[in-house]
Design a binder for this molecule. Structure first.
Ligand SMILES: C[S@@+](CC[C@H](N)C(=O)[O-])C[C@H]1O[C@@H](n2cnc3c(N)ncnc32)[C@H](O)[C@@H]1O
Length: 240
């Protein structure tokens, strides 16, 4: 492993274990750090992501790798029958479940996105936010999302994306690689987790490549848009 390289893992199992431990460790300050790091913009991205899920009133939505549930709670505003938040970090879903206090139609459970404990076609839509960089096998994660959605339902993915525009890229590199780890350290006490964050974006596939993977998984009408100078991408596709 290279010096300062937090994104090289010996195996998928090693990555999954490291990611799970990392999110368990930063869970308490995760939401605060998101608001600070994005200047509150993530709230807007999440709202638009849920609009793209096109969840029918009374429908069922799965938010996989839900963390503390901010996308799942956004989905609650659209009168669903049921929102399920699933994640393999117990500390993250524990906080999500605490925030659900008083809501009957949202539940949080422990689930591995690579092997979902749900039947085929049981959901009207599935969403995931900022998880793709963290999963050990993107293709398997996509296959599982597609499997659990009924034909005609949407798969929606919100994720940071590597920047290719030289000037903006160097500004954001400075922000991501210098400011974010420092802010993460101050707010969560974990500098390593917020050093891993920009590194994981650097080695992640482009928005166009993710679109092509979604198409290869069998999704139709796949599209994407970007936010905030191209640093964040929102992808959607329909289950055939
Ligand atoms: C950056 S957080 C995103 C949390 C939330 N979706 C959000 O939008 O804020 C990434 C989450 O992915 C989860 N995760 C990564 N791989 C996973 C997997 N294979 N199965 C379930 N959760 C996973 C982590 O535990 C973590 O909570």
């Amino acid at each position: 492993m290279k010096k300062n390289d937090l994104v090289t893992f010996q195996s998928g199992f090693e990555k999954a274990r490291a990611v799970q431990a990392m999110f368990d460790g930063i869970a308490q300050r995760y939401d605060l750090m998101n608001r600070v790091m994005t200047g509150g913009q993530d709230v807007r991205w999440r709202r638009i992501a849920i609009e793209h899920a096109q969840l029918p009133a009374g429908g069922k939505l799965l938010d996989i790798a839900c963390g503390t549930g901010d996308l799942a709670f956004e989905a609650l505003k659209r009168s669903p029958g049921l929102v399920v938040g699933g994640d393999f970090s117990y500390e993250m879903i524990k906080l999500g479940a605490a925030k659900a206090n008083g809501h009957d139609n949202i539940i949080f459970l422990s689930a591995d996105g690579l092997n979902l404990p749900f039947r085929d076609g049981g959901f009207d839509a599935v969403t995931t936010g900022f998880s793709m960089r963290n999963v050990a096998d993107i293709d398997q994660f996509l296959r599982e999302m597609v499997r659990v959605v009924a034909p005609g339902g949407r798969v929606v993915i919100l994720e940071l994306t590597p920047l290719k525009t030289p000037v903006i890229s160097s500004l954001f590199r400075f922000y991501f690689h210098r400011i974010v780890p420092l802010a993460g350290w101050l707010l969560t006490g974990d500098r390593k987790a917020y050093t891993y964050l920009p590194q994981s974006v650097d080695v992640f596939i482009t928005a166009q490549e993710l679109k092509e993977k979604m198409q290869r998984t069998g999704l139709i009408d796949v599209g994407y848009r970007t936010f905030s100078f191209g640093t964040v991408a929102l992808h959607w596709g329909t289950v055939a």
